[in-house]
Design a protein around this ligand. Structure first.
Ligand code: NI
Length: 257
């Protein structure tokens, strides 16, 4: 199984980062993609990918940090990072209208300009959405982000939004929220095309049941896979095979040795 969205560079893993990577491998999670959120974080996820053959990186400026985005200068800096052979996506980028840690117009500019970098580099995008689906959809459409594709990570909208996103050429990734008692997510998990779904944890956040409320880690993506299997009435091996294939295709990951 592939963990497509981790933040192992965050300080929550300072005491046991290597042990967490090992626990994931022991649990059958053979590949992990760490997602950058600001410049320092991008450097750290690349360092982690350099140190471990099956760790990969995405680089980008999170909407919370959009206030640090400085136009062309930042685009050039991001391109340089994205040239690294273990960088497989631009992200996480997007819009967050819940916390509004950066002004909305700044968020939008950073999002649009990072999509342009992704298109220049021919890399898929990892999208963060919080209470901003309609604006995100509009940007994806206007900027023709479907040329590179990508994933709406931590998907927590309804079935209609899921289908709209898939029709535009995007993937969705589900995490611990799927294991919480939230009916709309169960509907999405049940009904969405399996060939567009990815699995993730978004660790250290959003630990799946039965670890809810504690620190999350990549090994727990197995609980998300189990829940998806249960919702769909599909064997978990098949869920793992298909979601792995999806991740391999989207992020063009090198084959396992
Ligand atoms: Ni994240």
């Amino acid at each position: 199984m592939i963990e497509t969205h981790a933040h192992l560079d965050f300080p929550q893993f300072d005491d046991d980062r290597e042990a967490a990577i090992k626990r994931a491998a022991d649990a059958g999670i053979h590949t992990i993609i760490n997602i950058g959120t600001d410049w320092d974080s991008c450097d750290r996820v690349i360092e982690l990918a350099e140190a471990h053959p099956r760790l990969f990186a995405a680089v980008g400026i999170h909407p919370h940090d959009a206030k640090i985005w400085e136009g062309d200068r930042s685009s050039e800096r991001l391109k340089t990072l994205a040239e690294h052979p273990k960088v497989v996506a631009i992200g996480e980028i997007g819009l967050d209208y819940y916390r509004n840690n950066s002004p909305r117009d700044k968020q939008r500019v950073a999002f649009v300009e990072q999509i342009a970098v992704a298109k220049d580099m021919n890399l898929p995008i990892v999208i963060h959405n919080r209470d901003a689906f309609n604006d995100i959809f509009e940007v994806l459409l206007m900027e023709r982000a479907y040329d590179v594709g990508g994933v709406l990570h931590c998907f927590s909208e309804g079935v209609a939004e899921a289908e709209k996103s898939i029709d535009l050429g995007f993937h969705l990734s589900v995490n611990g929220i799927l294991t919480y008692k939230k009916a709309t997510m169960a509907e999405v998990g049940k009904s969405v095309r399996l060939d567009r779904l990815l699995l993730e944890t978004d660790c250290p956040f959003l630990a799946p049941h039965p670890h809810r409320g504690k620190r999350n880690e990549p090994a727990y993506v197995a609980f998300v896979g189990d829940k998806l299997a249960e919702l769909r009435g599909t064997p978990v091996d098949e869920i793992a095979d298909v979601t792995d294939e999806n991740a391999n295709r989207l992020f063009r990951l090198p084959p396992l040795q």
